[in-house]
Design a binder for this molecule. Structure first.
Ligand code: HEM
Length: 135
């Protein structure tokens, strides 16, 4: 292999591209909130929510987690969830619905792991009873 070949490796496509970009994220987010609103333990949290805005914000957030070009313009996870009485059992249920949606979409395991890894790190900012909650 020549010197130039070694220094001109093709760019690694981001996970965002691998999953199918913006449209693929919209499909997953739509499916995810269907599962959430069908869940009696979770639906009431969203009673007063603008679901269209919420879906758009989650698409942006997941896109940025996957290395996509979209910027997340929503509130911080702490701001968005504080004073809502969200417990770890709710967080775990949400995470499991998200995992089901990602698996149903047949995404590459690396992309699923990237999203679930990110989400797991947010527990302290979302659930009030998380033992690792930051002050
Ligand atoms: C599992 C990880 C979670 C992620 C990645 C996530 C993500 C988000 C995002 C991106 C927003 C929008 C922020 C904005 O409006 O600027 C949001 C808002 C919200 N989330 Fe979560 N969330 C998670 C867990 C939860 C849980 C466990 C609950 C409740 C059971 C919950 C309930 C809500 C509610 C009620 C809102 C506000 C909607 C509104 O503006 O009316 N979230 N979340």
């Amino acid at each position: 292999m020549g010197v130039l070949t070694r220094f001109h490796k093709p760019k690694t496509a981001s996970l965002y591209t691998a999953v199918g970009g913006h449209e693929a994220l919209e499909v997953v987010v739509e499916d995810f909130y269907c599962r959430v609103l069908d869940d009696d333990h979770l639906a009431s949290f969203f009673a007063g929510s603008d679901m269209k805005r919420l879906k758009a914000k989650l698409v942006e957030l997941l896109a940025s987690v996957l290395g996509g070009p979209e910027l997340y313009t929503g509130e911080s996870m702490k701001q968005a969830h504080e004073d809502r009485g969200i417990l770890m059992r709710h967080f775990t249920l949400m995470t499991s619905h998200l995992k089901d949606s990602l698996c149903a979409a047949g995404w590459p395991p690396e992309a699923v792991a990237q999203i679930l890894g990110f989400v797991a790190q947010q527990a302290g900012d979302i659930a009030v009873d998380n033992a690792t909650a930051r002050v």
